[in-house]
Design a protein around this ligand. Structure first.
Ligand SMILES: [Fe+2]
Length: 298
């Protein structure tokens, strides 16, 4: 088990993938290839895996022609080793939650794992040794990695308790009692963000592009193809990243493409005190002009 687990319960190592059901698989694959930079791997007419780096996939798509817009079907998290996995499973059991098997599609892509439903009903899969490729896909303005899903929920307090208290995520920052940024053991500022709302949804997925040049070139592609930019270039105070968001509800939530996502040092990871930021546009985007400047908002 990781060293630090003597002093606190370890969380998952980091986010691996999200699973989305979409109405038109072929057009969503095209969208994700052209606009986000994902590379298509194993697929058939009902199912597709797309990756950005050496990890097996960052997005799993399931075809569901009965839909008119995407549906969020689940999320996978890496776990560092079998001891951490056993510890997580014990905590899930101790919390009175049902330990579920991995989905068939995940089962063959990792060594060991289990699943659990979070308070919103989302299937969370936790596993060790996710399969990987020897090389990254051929370069093509690709992101470096998936870094976080951002959810909004009408069960904010229960959701926070589940991820912090049961799964061992750590809080990096809060925006008042409204938004929480939670990190995993890979020390990215947030591998999951949760915002209080009147309903549940997957609000966006964030990919790290690795350069501002990459972010701006992707923004240009979105403009060229008239894809909606729902949240233009912003400078986030929490994660110190610069990002824009593109959106087409048929193909998923908003896709946030960013550069510069904060990674804590090992020392910060153990000692950081989460800030509680004021709910002020300047705390979402430090470039906003005034406290009432909501021109960034969507
Ligand atoms: Fe984000």
């Amino acid at each position: 088990m990781s060293e630090i687990s003597g002093t606190r319960n370890c969380g998952p190592a980091g986010v691996a993938f999200v699973r989305l059901a979409v109405p038109d698989l072929t057009s969503t694959v095209e969208f994700l290839e052209y606009h986000v930079g994902l590379a298509l791997e194993g697929h058939d007419e009902s199912h597709a895996f797309l990756r950005v780096g050496i990890e097996h996939h960052s997005v799993e798509l399931v075809a569901d022609p009965s839909l008119t817009e995407f549906r969020y079907d689940g999320v996978g998290f890496h776990v560092a080793d079998t001891d951490d996995l056993a510890d997580l499973q014990q905590r899930v059991t101790n919390a009175g939650l049902e330990v579920l098997p991995l989905t068939d599609s995940t089962k063959g892509l990792c060594q060991e794992g289990f699943a659990v439903r979070d308070p919103n009903g989302t299937l969370i899969e936790l596993f060790t040794e996710f399969l990987e490729y020897a090389e990254t896909p051929w370069p093509d303005l690709r992101p470096e990695r998936l870094v976080h899903p951002f959810i909004v929920t009408d069960k904010y307090d229960e959701t926070l308790e589940f991820y912090l208290g049961v799964l061992g995520f750590q809080a990096s920052d809060y925006v008042e009692d409204f938004t929480a940024f939670l990190r995993c053991e890979d020390r990215y500022h947030h591998s999951l963000a949760i915002r209080r709302s009147t309903k549940f949804s997957l609000e966006h997925l964030c990919f790290i592009m690795g350069s501002m040049d990459g972010v701006m070139r992707r923004r240009a592609r979105a403009q060229y193809k008239n894809v909606k930019i729902l949240g233009d270039v912003v400078n986030h105070s929490a994660s110190t990243s610069i990002a824009f968001y593109l959106f087409d509800e048929k193909h998923g939530p908003r896709y946030e493409l960013c550069d510069g996502h904060r990674v804590f040092t090992p020392d910060e990871h153990e000692t950081h005190r989460p800030r509680r930021l004021k709910r002020d546009p300047r705390n979402i985007d430090v470039w906003r002009a005034e406290a009432d400047d909501r021109t960034w908002a969507h």
